[in-house]
Design a protein around this ligand. Structure first.
Ligand SMILES: NC(=O)c1ccc[n+]([C@@H]2O[C@H](COP(=O)([O-])OP(=O)(O)OC[C@H]3O[C@@H](n4cnc5c(N)ncnc54)[C@H](OP(=O)(O)O)[C@@H]3O)[C@@H](O)[C@H]2O)c1
Length: 254
């Protein structure tokens, strides 16, 4: 059965692999046998991810990349496809958040969140998708959020982009099939730097513990199984879908 989830001989591009969920997903894919292309802006942190993978006997390289840079993404994907001859898996994980009431949020601020959290995923999927179509194989995994299915005060750009990413995933599925699949993961609240402020907020943490059937925050390792399912041959008949990995948060009212 392990073969079903094997990533042996696969080349996987993971954005936002410099820390948090992206770093753990890069380690997971490498642990299952993939060569992982670790993309992001902080080169030192990417190199740290690459070293962690190498220490465990895996294969990885750092890819300095700002996902909002149109020309930079096109050039990087072309160079990676030339060098490795294929890109089998794309994990669109890089993301940012901005917290401010809608009535105080400048259009430019809203637009910048949409740029990083939705337009960049479109751009990367388009560039990598062309190669996947040619090689007649591909797995795209978009990291959305429970805020891709629910609203939350003060994060309008984030909520809009994460909802949009679930829509984009459906379109990628229909346009890139049958040999390329596209799915989304919608994590609940996970312990990373991204949620550092919320983790220190006792009222919020209490709400998470009470509102989840799991009675706890998510950890990066909670995404390993769902990721491998969607990135490997195990998920061959899944496309256009969203796996909600939230400890039950969105299925329980109180
Ligand atoms: N943590 C949670 O509770 C949670 C829940 C649901 C969904 N998510 C989603 O999961 C993803 C990862 O979250 P996380 O918690 O791991 O956050 P994080 O620790 O803040 O990591 C974010 C990653 O995105 C990269 N990034 C941001 N802007 C970028 C850009 N313009 N170009 C390239 N890379 C960029 C960062 O790398 P550099 O700074 O090096 O560029 C970093 O590696 C995000 O999409 C987030 O929305 C997180």
């Amino acid at each position: 059965m392990a073969d079903l989830f094997s990533m042996k001989n696969r080349v996987a591009l993971v954005t936002g692999a410099s820390r948090g969920l992206g770093r753990d997903m890069a380690l997971t894919l490498a642990g299952a046998g993939a060569r992982v292309l670790c993309a992001g802006r902080s080169v030192k942190d990417l190199e740290a991810t690459v070293r962690m993978i190498a220490r465990k006997g895996g294969k990885a390289e750092a890819v300095p990349l700002d996902v909002t840079d149109e020309a930079g993404v096109a050039a990087a994907v072309a160079a990676l496809a030339r060098r490795h001859r294929r890109i089998d898996v794309l994990v669109n994980n890089a993301g940012i958040i901005h917290r401010e009431a809608i009535v105080d949020t400048a259009t430019e601020t809203y637009r910048s969140v949409i740029e990083t959290n939705l337009v960049a995923q479109f751009r990367l999927s388009r560039e990598v998708g062309r190669h996947m179509l040619k090689q007649r194989y591909g797995r795209i995994v978009n990291i959305s959020s429970v805020l891709g299915v629910l609203g939350r005060a003060s994060v309008a750009g984030y909520v809009s982009a994460k909802h949009g990413l679930i829509g984009l995933t459906k379109n990628l599925a229909v346009e890139l099939g049958p040999h390329v699949t596209a799915n989304a993961i919608a994590p609940g609240f996970m312990r990373t730097e991204f949620t550092a402020g919320l983790q220190k907020n006792d009222a919020f943490s209490g709400m998470i513990e009470q509102r989840t059937a799991a009675h706890r925050w998510g950890e990066p390792k909670d995404l390993r199984g769902p990721l491998l399912l969607l990135a490997s041959d195990a998920g061959a008949y899944m496309t256009g879908s969203t796996l909600v990995v939230d400890g039950g948060l969105t299925t329980i009212l109180a």
